[in-house]
Ligand binder design. Sequence first.
Ligand code: PLP
Length: 404
Amino acid sequence: MRTFDKSIKLDNVCYDVRGPVVDEADRMIANNIEILKLNIGNPAPFGFSAPESLIKDMMSNLINCQGYSDSKGLKDAREAIMKYSEKKNLPNVKVDDIYTGNGVSELITMSMQGLLNEGDEILIPSPDYPLWTGAANLAGGKPVHYICDEGSNWYPDIQDIEKKVNDKTKGIVVINPNNPTGALYPKAVLQKIVDIARKHELIIFADEIYDRLVMDGKEHVSIASLAPDLFCVTFNGLSKSHRIAGFRCGWMVLSGPKDRAKGYIEGLNMLSSMRLCANVPSQSIIKTAIEEYNSADELLAPGGRIYEQREFVYNAVNSIPGLSVVKPEGAFYMFPKIDVKKFNITSDEKFVLDFLREQKVLMVHGGGFNWREPDHFRIVYLPEVSQLKIAMDKLEVFLRGYRQ
Ligand code: PLP
């Protein structure tokens, strides 16, 4: 009998949503074991709901969204994205430079597919949102990871980036605010990345899906706004800021001198047409969503859920012997460090698997984010404080006796 094996290399494609730990969680759930999930950045299951205006808008638009749209997207959606791009000072953006997608995910894959030939290199942060590494691999390119430095608030290590650029390097990915560290990069750091990109003629890929989820009165700076002379691709969407991950709504904006990337843009147009278009009902609410771009502000201010949950987990983690964490300023993730000597840990994956089996709490190990040492894990702090307290108490109890 014929069998069918996968012909693509699936290593690292998207570890935070698949892999042995999630498989084990699925098995436990199938056996009616209740699990507290701190593993995916999906706000809706934790009681965050979309702004009502968006739901109403989609319901009333639905009747008019039965056909395909232009492959790049509805004009009024792209006009709204263009206005948002202007607000963020992205240079030289026209409606035609904007592509809507079924979430940022689809556009990440498309952007790598259109760029990388066999052997081409792309600089990606470590730790990263692993879809970037997966998409680069699937496109036939070579992801080269640059270090983000925990000792400097998890900012990208500029010297490490500089060291890793060579003739084959086509671009650099910057995830800001970052998943999994929650770091928000200051202008000075972004400026240094721009300088490297300028010197080596790299395309900047800016994943800014968390740009509206920033705390402590800080302001997000779009890296493309600092690079009017460089070709940049900026990604954003509504999954997180508007709590509608299930709607699959994202976009990608080309800025700067597009004449230098004609061939690449032709490829992107081709790939965009091949999938016909993004989900049209979702596109139909982009204009309303962008008018309410600050709809998460209340959640991020003191007293708001995301703010208070961050405070709780930050303090809880730092009070557990053997753990420490840098305070995140954006998104809803934390990337704590484990004292591997204290717990004799050699496998971070085994650590989260053991914790899952013993305490029924699901997290993702650092390796899932292309972090090479076995000394980190990610917490998604979306659940209510009462749930987070249970999880943190369990972690404390678990670690009290844990030795690998
Ligand atoms: N980029 C980053 C940094 C993310 O963390 C995520 C999802 O967690 C995505 C992109 C994908 O978002 P979307 O739901 O728009 O596909």
